[in-house]
Design a protein. Structure first.
Length: 334
């Protein structure tokens, strides 16, 4: 009997362990939809500085960082304009490793609450009319480059805080950018805000030709995702497109494209500055090598990262798998 009890206890322990692993996997996969993580630009499992949660008002406005500890490249292009390809290029040229580049992935690699909280502190301090340059220097200390959301919404303030940094503006026609973003980033942020899967299921159906809308939705929508969605609205969308604008709403299309074009016009103020480059992925290595003065300009094909299907496989598919349960008799695979 003792042996039987021990055996049953062992089975319960194993079942409990598998349940715990399943929950942990679901949480990690739900994070993946935000980050778009995949086999992209080097090691993204750590970050240069292991900051803890920010304390409001804890950084003195005059606090300075050594120039070598601050980013030397600022990307001003919106997400879905080639920012992932730019990041991979910096790695391929051996100018950086993946965790040297501050972007949206950084927010979810480590200390997520810290990064979301840091951006909300920047938002609040700016709204109150107080200096924020020291907050950027603190947040970006130890990184070599800053690109993508949320930073692009604050590029002028960041450039003031990091005057030594070179600037690369990744470019793409506004209509192409909007279509790509509407099918990826905008839908993802809306999911973070609401927890509703319908839009993500529509995107999946358009890509793979099959719908899972009849599957049972399971799992919880985490507070971490809700905090991220709130941050993206206040810190990014409101600044770029107008207060309260939801770029995932097709009726807001004109306002969103207007915001994109205003941003491009704003960045064009830097035209003529030798430390500024307007660049498209199709331009390849040479303009980037000339600006960044890489020790050796790569001769390999220029990386093209994060197209829609790659984004689906690395992000949407595992996230939906974690939140959906197939009807009886169907496989969970997609």
């Amino acid at each position: 009997r003792v042996e039987a009890d021990d055996s049953e206890s062992s089975r319960r322990f194993v079942r409990g362990a598998f349940c715990l692993l399943a929950v942990m996997a679901a949480v990690l996969l739900s994070m993946t939809v935000i980050t778009g993580l995949g086999p992209q630009y080097g090691d993204t499992t750590a970050q240069p500085s292991g900051q803890g949660p920010p304390v409001a008002g804890s950084s003195a406005a005059g606090e300075a960082q050594p120039a070598s500890a601050l980013p030397m490249l600022l990307g001003t292009g919106f997400g879905r304009t080639g920012t992932s390809s730019l990041a991979q290029a910096l790695v391929d040229a051996k100018w950086a490793v993946g965790w040297d580049i501050y972007n949206m992935r950084t927010v979810f690699m480590k200390n997520t609450s810290y990064h979301v909280g840091a951006w909300m502190e920047i938002y609040r301090e700016h709204k109150a009319g107080r200096p924020i340059g020291h907050l950027f220097r603190k947040l970006f200390s130890g990184f070599r480059a800053v690109t993508d959301y949320p930073a692009v919404a604050w590029w002028k303030e960041i450039r003031d805080a990091l005057p030594e940094a070179k600037v690369v503006h990744t470019s793409r026609p506004a209509g192409d950018w909007y279509k790509s973003s509407f099918e990826t980033t905008f839908a993802i942020v809306e999911y973070a805000q609401t927890g509703k899967l319908d839009r993500l299921l529509d995107i999946e159906a358009a890509i793979v030709g099959k719908s899972r809308k009849d599957w049972l939705q399971t799992g919880d929508h985490s507070q971490k995702l809700r905090d991220y969605g709130e941050m993206m609205q206040k810190v990014v969308w409101d600044r770029l497109f107008g207060e309260g604008v939801n770029p995932a709403d097709p009726q807001m299309r004109d306002r969103v494209i207007d915001g994109f074009e205003r941003h491009v016009a704003s960045v064009s103020e830097l035209n003529g500055d030798p430390r500024f480059l307007v660049w498209q992925v199709t331009d390849g290595w040479r303009p980037l090598c000339d600006l960044m003065e890489f020790e050796t300009c790569p001769t390999s094909a220029f990386p093209r990262m994060n197209d829609r299907k790659t984004f689906y496989r690395a992000s949407l598919q595992p996230t939906l798998n974690a939140r959906l349960k197939p009807p009886v008799g169907r496989s969970h695979s997609r």
